[in-house]
Write a protein that binds this ligand. Structure first.
Ligand SMILES: *Cc1c(COP(=O)(O)O)cnc(C)c1O
Length: 392
């Protein structure tokens, strides 16, 4: 037996169960249509909600910044200094989101693993929605605080847990996803806030799928619920609707100041690159200029969902442009995804461990980059594959 044989066995078992992820190779820029493994297909996979990943103004801003500042940030910001570009982005984001201050990270994942352990630790307790994103879960684990999972989007369950457990710990943190990425449902932030304000706990929301999607002109879930100043920490990402890459922590200035002292991915990992920061700044400009893209995203999503339901597909309980097409078994979802690709649609199967066993799906991501004829083409192909495989 070699010491890596167990890995080979695990991989074979995943393949057997239809749970092995095969990664497709893209030969073109993000957009409504993609070159995937050498074939031109309709893109229903990316989180590029507003079509900004290949927007000419954003690409131009990145190129210009490279001419002026080069590419790399040099080192971590606390040692090599911080570029004015990063500071400017943080100020612009704070205005956009109407918060006291913002700190950017290399990714949304890092923003969570930086923030949670900086706010709670051993002897403290975290109340976490049962379906929270992996990066929240990892942040919670890294913190060393006790983790109590409350029932999904259930303010009553949260309150019961707060009553029972909070008194036994020093400090508490309540954390929830804003939009749950696999089902597209929105956390009842107003109800959760009403509960948290009765207790001495910090309240944090991860708005990765709400940034650029929910609220006025894409200002996010806090804006959607009108809870400005009431949520202590907002996490966000610039890799989804903003079309670039990078994480956001937005909230009270004292928390941002603290993260600059104690957020480990901030202290021990270099900043996002120059073209990233410049591209994000251009994305904020575009969002502030007009709500056109956000409006188009929503009208596209509403059209597609309604037509899929008419065809007889189960699209779950999404309240956002995320459109899960529920299939059940992982093997069926993989077969469905393959047939879609053959017919000209890129829609990846999502199964355990990303979603619970038996709830495998194709998650369709509608964007503002799609035109009505693209959506109609997609609907036609979904109808054909759905009938061929006996799903509808
Ligand atoms: C996508 C996502 C992240 C990670 O964001 P990245 O910037 O891609 O690292 C974090 N939290 C949630 C809820 C997400 O959906």
């Amino acid at each position: 037996m070699s010491k890596i044989d167990w890995i080979k066995e695990e991989i074979a078992a995943l393949q057997e169960a239809g749970l092995y992820t095969n990664i497709r190779t893209l030969g073109s820029a993000q957009g409504a249509w993609l070159d995937v493994d050498g074939k031109r297909v309709l893109n229903f996979c990316s989180n590029n909600y507003l079509g900004l990943a290949n927007h000419p103004k954003i690409a131009e801003a990145a190129k210009k910044a490279i001419d002026e500042y080069g590419v790399g940030p040099g080192a971590v910001r606390t040692i090599a200094g911080t570029m004015d570009l990063h500071t400017k982005l943080e100020e612009r984001l704070a205005e956009f989101k109407k918060v006291e201050a913002v700190l950017t990270f290399q990714s949304g994942f890092n923003a969570n693993t930086a923030t949670i352990p900086a706010l709670v630790g051993k002897g403290d307790v975290i109340f976490s929605d049962r379906l929270n994103h992996a990066s929240i879960i990892d942040g919670c684990r890294l913190s060393g605080a006790k983790i109590k999972a409350y029932e999904h989007s259930n303010a009553e369950s949260l309150e019961e847990m707060l009553k029972e457990h909070l008194p036994q710990y020093n400090r508490g943190l309540v954390v929830t996803d804003g939009v749950f990425s696999m089902d597209g449902d929105v956390a009842p932030l107003d109800e959760l806030y009403e509960v948290t304000k009765k207790y001495d706990v910090l309240f944090m929301v991860d708005d990765a799928h709400g940034e650029g999607v929910l609220g006025t002109g894409g200002r996010g879930i806090v804006d959607h619920f009108g809870l400005h100043g009431k949520v202590d920490v907002e996490i966000g990402t610039m890799s989804k609707a903003f079309g670039v890459v990078g994480g956001i922590v937005a909230g009270k200035k004292v928390i941002i100041d603290w993260l600059k002292q104690r957020g480990r991915p901030f202290l021990f990992s270099s900043a996002m690159t120059v073209p990233d920061a410049a591209a994000c700044l251009a994305a904020v400009d575009l969002l502030e200029e007009s709500t056109e893209l956000v409006d188009k995203l929503w009208s596209n999503a509403e059209y597609f969902k309604a037509e899929m339901e008419k065809l007889g597909f189960d699209t779950g309980k999404s309240e956002t442009p995320i459109t899960p097409v529920m299939l059940g078994e992982a093997s069926l979802a993989q077969e469905f995804s393959k047939a879609l690709y053959e017919a000209g649609v890129f829609g990846t199967a999502i199964a355990f461990p990303t979603v619970p066993r038996g709830t495998a799906r194709i998650r369709v991501m509608i964007s503002a980059a799609h035109e009505r004829e693209d959506l109609d083409k997609g609907l036609e192909i979904f109808a054909k594959v759905g009938k061929d495989l006996g799903v509808i």
